[in-house]
Ligand binder design. Structure first.
Ligand code: UD1
Ligand code: CA
Length: 491
């Protein structure tokens, strides 16, 4: 398995969706706009805020993933025009540029210029609320279509509403206006119902309405929230749907980025536990949303599972393990290890203290032990390197034992060369395999030997530089044993 993108930008179904081949039920056109152009000054970062990652995915990626099952007709993302947006999301949405950012109202105005639909409804979602779920978004559509309101907004009760716009209710229970934290009166600041920043508007007339808002406020910005009071002034109703506060948490600071990250990890752990995975301590287990795990796998503490990683049933991962873009087979065990872009077959064992770099592939029952580093190394069934080795650009057959301290010297200063070790070979402790090199079937190398070139089948190579003694290999005596696949461990 090679490294693979886990961004929703690479998602085929999302692409189909925005191309309009989603097969969604006919009805009023549904447009979604994600606001992602703000600079995020409070993060003090050169990277745009919504591209900061939480649980392995940019904030904006989480929002687009939540929108995906809704199968709306068009998704428009308002960006600052930085090339990173095109790279990650260009294939999955219509990207428009708002430069300079003049507020959320101005951002929506820019987005509507790119809308395919002329009527129907438009859902607006901030790009910095990564916890919003598909079901909450769907609930807002349903509530909106059931009402006669011109607009609907998601709200939440928050213990510490500071920083959010406050929902000012009219006596009839509808929404009178939304007042921003920085513009609120002391009485308004006491309101604990906040604006989640997710709205649905009738598309018809919305662009006109947006021309009517001004920037006379504490931030000198065109606030989208002012549209609510304008609708109300025109005798239109605004409906509020209360959602769970944890769904609507926004990210305006690094501290809030950490908070949403831990909530995302908590949610993912809960999901996999519901699916039958044992997670010993979810508070110290970090599983990206893009990972999949089968029932009856066990994840021990301080483990990070990232990217496109898959973990099969019966596997035991951790403690202290980081696995990125890799496949872990059934019954495999990995502890205190880093594994990148690798494939671990059934019943394999890795660690403690092993580093598997891209291109490592272990066949059934193969084992890599303490202080073993691999890169582009393929080990056949039951082969083992239990201690202190570097195996790079190595093709290792079945039933091979790699002694402690063995190094494949794959780099000659200019280019990399391959080491081939064939079935049932025995590599003595501290062997230097100077690639290109081939050790034949049932061949052996002596402790401390420096081996180059070719060691024929069943031969023994000893010394520095190694001499070949024909017919003295076959240390493993495997041809004489019935249990071919479990090499003796050099304990
Ligand atoms: C906004 C709401 C606030 C609400 C909160 C919910 C306004 C005026 N305020 O405040 O009532 O409680 O979200 O999270 O809308 N953006 C642009 N272009 C801009 C400015 C912002 O695209 O010119 C994007 C940002 O990248 C961000 C989103 O819009 O993803 C919201 O902007 P942000 O500055 O975070 O608004 P808040 O102050 O959080
Ligand atoms: Ca925000």
């Amino acid at each position: 398995m090679g490294p693979s993108s886990t961004e929703p930008g690479g998602s085929e179904s999302l692409r189909r969706l925005v191309d309009g081949h989603s097969g969604a039920a006919p009805g009023p056109a549904r447009t979604a706009v994600v606001l992602a152009a703000g600079e995020g000054k409070r993060l003090k970062s050169r990277l745009p805020k919504v591209l900061h990652r939480a649980a392995g995915r940019p904030l904006l990626g989480h929002v687009l993933e939540a929108l995906r099952p809704l199968e709306v007709d068009q998704v428009i993302v308002v960006t600052s025009g930085r090339p990173e947006f095109e790279d990650a999301f260009g294939a999955s949405a219509t990207l428009v540029v708002q430069d300079p950012p003049k507020g959320t109202g101005d951002a929506l105005r820019v987005a509507l210029e790119a809308a395919d639909a002329r009527d129907g409804h438009v859902m607006v979602v901030p790009g910095d609320t990564p916890l919003v779920t598909s079901s909450t978004l769907q609930d807002l559509w349903t509530a909106h279509l059931d009402s006669t309101a011109a607009a609907s907004v998601l709200t939440a009760r928050m213990d510490t509403p500071a920083g959010y716009g406050r929902i000012v209710r009219a006596p009839d229970g509808g929404v009178e206006k939304i007042v921003e934290d920085r513009d609120a009166t002391p009485d308004e600041l006491k309101i604990d119902e906040v604006n989640g920043g997710v709205y649905i508007f009738e598309l018809h007339g919305l662009a006109d309405l947006l021309t009517k808002i001004d920037s006379e406020n504490a931030q000198n910005e065109y606030y989208l929230t002012d549209v609510i009071a304008l609708l109300r002034a025109g005798d239109r109703n605004v409906h509020a749907l209360e959602a769970d506060a944890s769904d609507l948490a926004g990210v305006n600071s690094r501290a809030q980025l950490a908070e949403v990250t831990s909530l995302l990890y908590e949610r993912t752990c809960r999901h996999w536990m519901d699916e039958g995975v044992t997670i010993v301590d979810p508070t110290v287990t970090y599983i990206d949303a893009s990972v999949t795990i089968e029932a009856d796998a066990t994840i021990l503490p301080f483990t990070f599972l990232e990217g496109s990683t898959t973990v099969a049933t019966g596997a035991e991962i951790g403690p202290q393990t980081r696995i990125i873009d890799s496949e872990v087979g059934p019954g495999a065990r990995v502890s205190f290890a880093v594994v990148r872009s690798s494939v671990l077959g059934p019943d394999t064992s890795v660690g403690p203290f092993a580093s598997l770099r891209p291109g490592t592939r272990l066949a059934q029952g193969a084992e890599l032990g303490t202080f073993v580093e691999t890169k582009k190394a393929v080990l056949g069934e039951g082969s083992a390197a239990h201690h202190l080795s570097y195996l790079g650009d190595a093709e290792i057959g079945d039933g091979v034992n790699i002694g402690a301290g063995t190094i494949t010297c794959n780099w000659d200063g200019e280019t990399k060369h391959k080491s081939v070790i064939e079935d049932d070979a025995y590599i003595g402790s501290d062997t230097m395999l100077v690639a290109p090199v081939r050790v034949g079937k049932r061949a052996a190398t002596g402790a401390g030997s420096v081996v180059r070139g070719e060691v024929p089948d069943e031969a023994l190579a000893v010394g520095v530089p190694a001499r070949v003694i024909e017919g003295k290999g076959n240390k493993m005596r495997r041809s004489e044993r019935t249990d071919k696949k479990s090499p003796e461990r050099a304990e």
